[in-house]
Write a protein that binds this ligand. Structure first.
Ligand code: KIV
Ligand code: NA
Length: 270
């Protein structure tokens, strides 16, 4: 198993690859492809649980799906996202909730949507042995403040705030930083300023790595943000397989002789 210390850093290495996963079969495919990090994102709420935002996702939801991913993963680093209000309110509760992802669900690290309220918590989590991936820029758990999902760090003051928080979390001991939906030049500057690797989503090409939501990558999502890229069309494949199944049952074409178990040697039952 690789650890957070094996994560390649800046200085000319190949970019770090990260994808989300929420279930065992998807995690196995991503792991076998040699992806460096699997994030069990709280995007689970949107991709798999049918919610409109990530806010309803619970610690129990994250623990169950993280455990499924970890059981199917041999090589990638498994990182569990901490859902809305599970951290950053009360320190003891934050540590207990984050700890469940390692103790119960076999993650190797947690990701926190960060702000001024997570600097000390990051330090504390690292002290007790829970590696922290920080997340700045667009933090979707703030959807009700944003009124949507707008790009962040677009004016000088906001950009400086993101850089300061990035440095504060790196100083507190975070092992990497996700930058979501920020200008590419801001992401490049933050990457330059930090010792720890940055992983971008909608943050341009100059981060140390890239992350996307797997449903967007394989073409399963009904909607995807403009900064993601669809590399396949799993939705079309599934639609066609399901249509074919329904037609085959309705027409009596399935099950055919070869799908039917041989009859047992029974007396007539009635
Ligand atoms: O929940 C998620 O999928 C994420 C990534 C997009 C970074 O937080
Ligand atoms: Na998330």
């Amino acid at each position: 198993m690789p650890t957070v210390r094996d994560l390649k850093t800046k200085a000319g290495d190949e970019p770090i690859t990260m994808l989300t996963a929420y279930d065992a079969p998807t995690a196995a495919i991503i792991d076998e492809a040699g992806t460096d990090i699997i994030l069990v994102g709280d995007s689970l709420g949107n991709t798999s649980l049918g919610y409109e935002t990530t806010l309803p996702v619970t610690v129990d939801d994250m623990a169950r799906h993280t455990a499924a991913v970890a059981r199917a993963t041999d090589d990638a680093l498994v990182v569990a996202d901490m859902p809305f209000l599970s951290i950053g309110v009360d320190e003891a509760a934050s540590i207990e909730n984050a700890g469940r992802m390692l103790k119960e669900a076999d993650a190797q690290a947690v990701k926190l949507e960060c702000g001024p309220h997570t600097v000390e918590l990051t330090e504390k989590l690292v002290q007790v042995g829970i590696p922290v991936m920080a997340h700045l820029g667009l933090t979707p758990q703030h959807v009700n403040q944003y009124g949507g999902y707008p790009r962040q760090g677009t004016d000088q003051k906001a950009a400086e705030r993101i850089l300061e928080l990035a440095k504060a979390h790196a100083d507190a001991g975070a092992f990497s930083l996700v930058l979501e939906h920020v200008p590419a030049n801001l992401a490049a500057d933050v990457t330059q300023a930090l010792e720890i690797p940055t992983i971008g989503i909608g943050a341009g090409p100059d981060c140390d790595g890239q992350v996307l939501v797997v449903d967007d990558v394989v073409g399963l999502s009904e909607w995807a943000p403009s900064f993601s890229k669809q590399f396949g069309n799993v939705r079309a494949e599934m639609e066609s397989a399901v249509d074919d199944y329904v037609s085959a049952v309705e027409s009596g074409e399935f099950p055919a002789e070869e799908h039917s178990h041989e009859e047992a040697d029974l007396e007539d039952l009635y």
